[in-house]
Design a protein around this ligand. Structure first.
Ligand SMILES: [Zn+2]
Length: 279
């Protein structure tokens, strides 16, 4: 066997293998070094964090410190202010007039009377402007529903009421007069906020009006226009009058709707006033 076994190519191969080994060792050493360095770096970060982090959350550095929940008062919802109703002033749309509560002054007269437009009005009685505007809307709706109505009584001044009442006293005595007619100064018609209505079905100023299509529609819908049926059936002990399904009083949409929604039948109960059954 000759030495030719050690051909240059073989030597080369051995030398390549040797270089490869050195290289492998070198890479391995580098990796260890990297690991050490990496570990060291990792430690350095974790060690540095506790010192580096606090300034970020320190209140002094934070320009807008979040207020502590314990210092913030609970946002209590503001209660809706209770409506204040004027039950006494004669010009108030919520004035309550009954057999215990006369107009004050007794011969008070409104200064904003107008004639409701476009509504049949037997005696041409005016009513107060706000009540007239609402009545016109109610008339339009009633007409659309096929139950247009006629006004048979509106504002009645003190002196007219006195004339009517005195005439009845002369005719049948005080008890007789008091039965169906308000004493002068005690009539809701003097407020200028009240109307007596009737339809085309008869029953004018009679209890049966409540059973007619017009009477039924008015009783069910008047509140939408701010009117209430003032003297309901069975309420005489509180309101002082027998059933008057034709007598509607303007009180404004808020009160009328509240009464409707709560099922309250008269102003005395709604406002917590004492009943007013007698003179
Ligand atoms: Zn009336």
């Amino acid at each position: 066997m000759s030495d030719t076994g050690y051909s240059p190519s073989r030597r080369e191969a051995r030398s390549r293998a040797l270089r490869r080994r050195k290289l492998t060792i070198g890479i391995a050493a580098g990796a260890v070094a990297l690991l050490l360095v990496g570990g060291g770096t990792a430690w350095a970060i974790s060690a540095a964090q506790p010192q580096a982090a606090p300034p970020k959350v320190a209140p002094a550095v934070n320009p807008k410190p979040t207020p502590s929940p314990t210092l913030t008062p609970e946002p209590t919802p503001e209660p809706a202010p209770a409506p204040v109703y004027d039950l006494d002033s004669p010009s108030s749309i919520t004035v309550v007039v009954n057999k215990q509560r006369p107009m004050n002054p007794i011969d008070w007269a409104p200064d904003d009377l107008v004639m409701p437009e476009g509504i049949p009005n037997v005696w041409g009685h005016p009513i107060r402007a706000e009540a007239a505007a609402a009545l016109q809307q109610m008339y339009a709706a009633a007409s659309d529903a096929g139950v247009p109505f006629t006004i048979t009584s509106g504002y009645r001044e003190y002196w007219l009421q006195k004339e009517i009442y005195d005439g009845l006293v002369a005719q049948g005595g005080v008890e007789f007069a008091d039965r169906d007619t308000a004493r002068p100064g005690y009539s809701e018609h003097q407020t200028g906020l009240t109307v007596d209505l009737y339809g085309n079905e008869g029953c004018q100023l009679a209890a049966c009006f409540g059973e007619t299509a017009t009477g039924t529609w008015l009783r069910d819908n008047a509140y939408r226009f701010g009117y209430i049926l003032r003297y309901h059936d069975g309420q005489q002990a509180t309101v002082g009058y027998t059933y008057e399904p034709w007598h509607f009083r303007y009180v404004g949409v808020d009160v009328a709707t509240a009464m409707h929604d709560q099922g309250v039948l008269n102003l005395e109960d709604f406002f917590g006033l004492p009943p007013a059954p007698t003179n």
